[in-house]
Ligand binder design. Structure first.
Ligand code: NCD
Ligand code: ZN
Ligand code: ZN
Length: 403
């Protein structure tokens, strides 16, 4: 049994908590605040095929340092996770790598030549992931007929569809039209993949979700235009859920000035975070997915056009939110809703005893050298944050994460 004494709850009460465990430990949590452990519905832990960037040993360590005990992993692996056999193989590999017993679920990648796999995989996955625009990996489905067919199948079999919503046709068109922007270097990424690119794909996905009664999960929402469409759809009868990412809450296109190609991510950084914060306040945003997408620094430093998109971030997920709380931008109940309650509801997860004890007063500066991710860098290096996890408890095991 683990006994936690004197912790503070999110509404300021004193609490006393017992967690079943094979070991016995008494934790004096005086001065610490107790939160349900975080659920991260969007990670790229790079197995199979890119274990040199990350694996489930390093990623699980990074996750518990960010207060996360449940993750859903994306299918853009090498090879892509597009069949039942690949899903099963991936699970075997993950289980062989895992040391910290993190809870996980997998997405199946939708592929135009393997649409029947969606039905076969129903019991083994949290949903089917559709890349409507290109990103890291080979997964891409942009033929409207095939896309619509995937929505139809998912609707008929009550399988959740998650989308990377960027319109590939418009990306291609704008890559040619915006040639003049290329002299700006990586900054052109935000010009080419503009708000219209995202909104057009969101609009299309919402239309099919309504038509085929699909539960639609829109990943990494970052613009006013997408949010307006989602607000509208939520007022109607569409079962749509919106996820945003830490980088769309805490970083902007200003980052290109200091980080250049390191600041590349899909969908790209925007000039402002304000619409996303507004959508957190009015409840339009349901979840935050870190989109933890590690690439090595040497790869990120390739010239624009060759450098991959994506940021490692999972271990800074909770510190970034707690720092926003310290700045008065978000309440603890709002953090719990986004990082725990809504993902649990959307993905029908069972309640667990997993907890995180945080020190809301602790101030520390992010140092890439101390990160647990194999990629050993983050776009948050040098930021001073107030509010850090001290202990994460998963399946009755306590991990001290105040390192
Ligand atoms: C992700 C990756 O590298 O796997 N990159 C990114 O920029 N977000 C893929 C994705 O989520 O689009
Ligand atoms: Zn994506
Ligand atoms: Zn992603």
């Amino acid at each position: 049994m683990i006994e936690i004494h004197n912790a503070t709850t999110i509404d300021g009460q004193r609490s006393q908590q017992n967690i079943p465990s094979t070991t016995s430990r008494i934790i004096d949590a005086n001065g610490l605040t107790l939160l349900p452990a975080l659920i991260d519905p969007h990670v790229h832990f790079r197995t199979p095929g890119a274990e040199y960037k990350e694996n489930w040993q390093s990623a699980a360590e990074a996750a518990i340092h960010g207060g996360v005990t449940t993750v859903f992993d994306m299918p853009n692996n090498t090879p892509s996770c597009i069949t039942l056999e690949r899903v099963r193989e991936k699970k075997t590999r993950i289980n062989a790598q895992l040391q910290i017993p993190i809870r996980y679920g997998l997405y199946l990648g939708a592929d135009q030549n393997h649409l029947s796999e969606i039905i076969r995989c129903k019991q083994e996955i949290v949903g089917v992931k559709i890349y409507m625009g290109s990103s890291t990996g080979n997964l891409l489905m942009h033929d409207p007929k095939v896309l619509e067919q995937a929505f139809k199948i998912a609707g008929e079999h009550e399988i959740l569809v998650a989308v990377h919503a960027e319109d590939e046709e418009l990306i291609q068109k704008r890559s040619i039209e915006c040639k003049a922007a290329l002299h700006l270097g990586p900054r052109a990424h935000s010009i080419i993949r503009n708000a219209e690119v995202a909104a057009r794909a969101v609009n299309q996905a919402l239309e099919w979700a309504a038509k085929y009664r699909v539960r639609l999960y829109i990943a990494h929402v970052s613009t006013q235009e997408e949010l307006d469409l989602i607000r509208q759809a939520k007022k109607g009868n569409v079962q749509v859920y919106a996820e945003t990412s830490p980088h769309h809450l805490f970083l902007t296109t200003k980052l290109y000035e200091t980080l250049g190609t390191l600041a590349l991510v899909n969908p790209p950084l925007r000039d402002t975070n304000e619409p996303v914060w507004e959508a957190i306040y009015d409840g339009t945003i349901d979840t935050i997915g870190t989109d933890h997408a590690p690439h090595l620094l040497e790869e990120k430093r390739y010239p624009y056009g060759k450098a991959p998109s994506g940021f490692p971030s999972i271990e800074l997920y909770l510190p970034l939110l707690l720092n926003a709380h310290a700045q008065g931008k978000i309440s603890l109940p709002q953090i719990v809703r986004l990082t725990h309650t809504r993902p649990k509801e959307i993905f029908h997860l069972e309640e667990t005893d997993d907890l995180v004890l945080v020190d809301l007063a602790k101030i520390k500066t992010v140092n890439d050298l101390h990160l647990k991710t194999k990629a050993k860098w983050s776009p948050y290096h040098g930021m001073t944050l107030q509010g850090w996890p001290r202990m994460t408890i998963i399946k009755g095991q306590v991990y001290d994460v105040d390192l």
